[in-house]
Design a protein around this ligand. Structure first.
Ligand code: CUK
Ligand code: CUA
Length: 633
């Protein structure tokens, strides 16, 4: 079987259109009414229609806001393919239940985070994901990892793209509300840059909490390979969104609270806030030379990048800027005005001039500031020189031309706006296919709209969002599809499918299983070969295999109060034959995919007979796949 993610997408697409036409010819008027777009369109698949059995050309990776997970979509069909649990608890896979997931959820927490988790049975329960971004090599996606922030508990997670499961979570010390997150694009990722959104007293141990003038926040860089926080930068004002250039030299963040306010009125006072630019080489040099401090019990080096520092540049930007987006040619970044109808275009080459002392005024790096409409939040690109900006208040996407905006800034008359398209309603992020890379291809754009109002069947006061698919391959944007999504994706990236090569089965030699193998070795057991119960004082370890439709052990007994660990390897090698282990009335449930080994530990505190069963439908005899645990008094 050939790799389904190769570039044969083009030929599949042609086949799709051809077969669509055949259907119309054969089926007469009725079929034509159902399939008109494929027939009328000169652009293959311009309607976003992907026939049953056909594969999408792109993956969409969506955050999920306060649901705490990552979602995987097919684009352009907008079919939801998978939910990857990250900062949430997810019974279907046992995320937050299995020993392996609980270790990932716990070990990267700060001491304060661990104390909080300990009081709640070892996990933090909430997450708020906003910004999913895929690792880069040389300015484009390399398909290794996806990183995502958690605003609710100030964490960053990494997802392995070969398995599409989370493998690391780290809580960022000394900050609250990790919001903006972007990755180093060149030479590779490299750094994961993240913003602590809220200013807090430092150290936050009760001493200065009534003196907001002492509050500040930090910009953090972690190492995407080790997931260690390498350094932090103390800044003036707060930090909202962030991004990086395509040369590995700069990161830049928006600030909507340059006033250092703690209530809304105070945060709104200034006509201009700012973008702060971080000079990566200078920061690394300062850390190397020991020009840093540390905060509280954290050992992370903190350098001073507040106003006046030569590590940073503060560019005044009107007013409360939000999203910040780098053009795929690497020449510009765009700060989106939010409370100002403008976006500010900064030429990245001018940052070099500023840091070299050739420019005097921070505003000299701004090369355009077009007025686009009300509430510009985020911008994306088509790789053909055009930018697309969401207008939250106007409920529109504005398409505009970058070079014309720069011309207009000089001559005061060139109008860069090409088109405004109504979206439904109140868009936040938007992202075009591959637009966050130097391979932006300008085919599809997703507008992630905060309100759906009347676009779907009414489901009560809490409604889905409305993500809209827009064809941007031609001169005009065309709205082609509405897709409901639930609480509450902020952002997504659209990734060409050939970038990814996910595994079909787990690899039993994956290092993720090393801990279990080491334990098994001590117990004289070979995982995947033996079905055995090991007693070790009041600890019981049960090793078994699963294979459709059987468990290796269908009866075992333990004593009340025993600490029981169940270790199961699914030895099926057939793709998609996932088993599960649910221990009834013990609140335990987990997934075991082919060639995966998982474990769960619990105290057998209730006496009696308890059935366990497989909860993933795996076989005609799936209902019969069960066994009994006897807990003796
Ligand atoms: S933020 Cu949500 S719409 Cu968290 Cu990226 Cu702008
Ligand atoms: Cu195994 Cu259902």
């Amino acid at each position: 079987m050939s790799d389904s993610n190769d570039k044969s997408g083009v030929s599949r697409r042609k086949f799709l259109v051809a077969s669509g036409l055949t259907g119309i010819a054969a089926g007469g008027g009725m079929t034509a009414a159902l399939l008109p777009m494929a027939a009328q369109s000169s652009e293959p698949g311009a309607d976003g229609y992907v026939a049953p059995g056909e594969l999408d050309d792109y993956y969409g990776f969506y955050s999920s806001g306060q649901s705490g997970e990552v979602r995987v979509y097919g684009i352009p069909s907008m079919r939801e393919l998978k939910r990857i649990p990250v900062f949430n608890y997810f019974p279907a896979t046992g995320w937050g239940v299995t020993n392996e997931s609980r270790k990932i959820l716990y070990e990267g927490l700060t001491p304060q985070g661990k104390r909080r988790a300990d009081k709640q049975g070892g996990i933090l329960r909430n997450g708020d994901t906003h910004h999913p971004h895929m690792s880069y090599t040389d300015g484009t996606y390399d398909g290794r990892y996806l990183f995502i922030n958690d605003k609710a508990n100030s964490r960053v997670a990494r997802i392995r793209m070969d398995l599409m499961v989370c493998d690391k979570i780290v809580q960022i010390p000394n900050v609250q509300a990790v919001h903006g997150l972007r990755l180093q694009k060149f030479p590779r990722t490299g750094y994961v840059f993240c913003n602590g959104e809220f200013m807090i007293p430092q150290p936050n141990d009760g001493r200065d909490m009534y003196d907001p003038s002492k509050y500040y926040t930090l910009f953090s860089a972690l190492d995407g390979d080790t997931m260690e926080v390498k350094w932090q930068v103390k800044v003036s004002g707060n930090l909202d969104n962030t991004n990086a250039d395509y040369a590995g030299r700069y990161a830049f963040s928006t600030c909507y609270n340059s006033e250092n306010g703690v209530v809304l009125g105070e945060m709104m006072r200034a006509e201009r806030d700012h973008v702060v630019v971080f000079n990566i080489a200078r920061i690394e040099e300062a850390v190397k030379q020991g020009k840093f401090t540390t905060i509280g019990d954290s050992k992370v080096p903190v350098v001073d990048g507040t106003k006046g520092s030569d590590l940073t540049l503060y560019i005044p930007i009107p007013k409360g800027p939000h999203g910040i987006n780098t053009s795929p040619d690497g020449k510009y970044f765009i700060a989106n005005g939010k409370l100002s109808p403008t976006v500010s275009v900064v030429e990245i080459a001018k940052l070099d001039e500023y840091f070299d002392g050739k420019l005097k005024e921070p505003r000299d790096v701004v090369v355009a500031e077009p007025e686009l409409g009300l509430g510009p939040l985020h911008t994306t690109f088509d790789g053909r020189g055009n930018a697309y900006t969401t207008l939250f208040i106007d409920s529109q996407v504005a398409k505009w031309n970058l070079e014309d905006a720069i011309k207009g800034f000089k001559d005061g008359k060139t109008n860069p706006i090409r088109q405004k398209l109504d979206v439904h309603y109140q868009p936040g992020h938007l992202n075009a296919s591959m637009a966050e890379t130097k391979e932006a291809d300008g085919k599809w754009l997703i507008s992630l709209n905060k309100f759906s109002k009347d676009r779907f069947l009414n489901v009560g006061p809490l409604k889905p969002e409305c993500d809209q698919l827009i064809d941007i391959s031609g001169d005009e944007m065309k709205l082609v599809h509405d897709g409901p999504t639930y609480s509450e994706p902020h952002d997504c990236i659209v990734v060409r499918r050939d970038v990814l090569h996910p595994s079909r089965l787990y690899d039993p030699n994956d290092p993720m299983f090393d801990d279990l193998k080491a334990q098994a070795k001590k117990d004289g057991v070979e995982i995947g070969k033996d079905n055995k119960v090991i007693r070790d004082g009041n600890k019981v370890r049960l090793y078994m295999m699963s294979y459709a439709p059987n468990y290796g052990i269908t009866d075992f007994k333990v004593k009340q109060g025993d600490e029981v660990t169940i270790i199961i390897k699914n030895i099926d090698e057939i793709e998609d034959v996932t088993h599960g282990f649910t221990l009834t009335n013990y609140d335990i449930q987990m997934e075991i995919s082919p060639q995966q080994t998982v474990s769960v530990t619990f105290i057998a505190d209730e006496v009696g007979m308890f059935w366990y069963y497989c909860q993933w439908f795996c076989h005609a005899l799936h209902m019969e796949m069960r066994g009994r645990m006897m807990v003796e008094a």
